[in-house]
Design a protein around this ligand. Sequence first.
Ligand code: AKB
Length: 317
Amino acid sequence: MNKETILVIGACGQIGKELLVALREKNGHDNVIAADIHPQESLPAETAPYVKLNVLDAQALEALIVDQQITQIYHLAAVLSAKGESNPTLAWDLNMNSLLSVLDLSVKHKVNKVFWPSSIAIFGPDSEKINCPQQGVTEPSTVYGISKAAGEHWCKYYFEKHGLDVRSLRYPGLISYTGAPGGGTTDYAVDIFHHAVQGKPYTCFLSEETALPMMFMEDAIHATLQLMDAPAENVHIRTAYNLGALSFTPQELAAEIKSQVPEFVVNYAPDFRQAIADSWPSSIDDSAARKDWGWKPAYDLKAMTTEMLENLLVLQA
Ligand code: AKB
């Protein structure tokens, strides 16, 4: 196997932090370069090689690709759904123009493979709520969702017109203990755990019965590596694969946490994020991912809750 030199853009983010560790374990530490606009200190231990990068600076990105002879790019930098609504122009600019720049430069410099995350946010109020199909209606109601839906089509376009091997997943809400999510509608499902281990009550910004597709980060990292390792002929979907694992409401999550932390108290005060959540499906049909490259999640609600509480308690100690 030829040596790969991998660039992870957005390495300080919630997904980046964990993907970086997994990619380094798999490919050798020094073969995976972390890049982020945020300072190196916000990464966990052993961050080097690290490059400070504004992904919208196409010249800096090109220099990095050329100098480091990059063969794979994981482009994770994005403004998420809730934050995007407070500055739609910025969200569109970052989410769209950075992707186009990564795709263009990857073609120009013959990068072997690109990964770019899409999201369940591409779906909208007219999409099917339960087991939303791969080819479901995609009429997103947020700028983030619009940028992800458009981005999926750009990925397919670059694959078809330029032969670029770009792959993508529609992540659900991701739950992890290593990093905070940055401005999403599913963030409550991380925040709630921090409150539980700190012995504080939690006020949830979604209503108790709002069911959304969710996933433990371990599963998301596993899916990402599995998709990227799949033989190209098995990757039949070149927009982005639906990816499912869990579907639960805040009330169900709170009940699971309370079964392990009985004194925990949760209140509900839905805000503007409720409308975003209401526009998304509550569960996802990921049969294409299961069939094409063997996707199967490992964590159910109980296993995820136990892992989250145990690890946050250790980090807090
Ligand atoms: C968000 O809530 O914006 C993200 C997502 C579902 O893509 N977690």
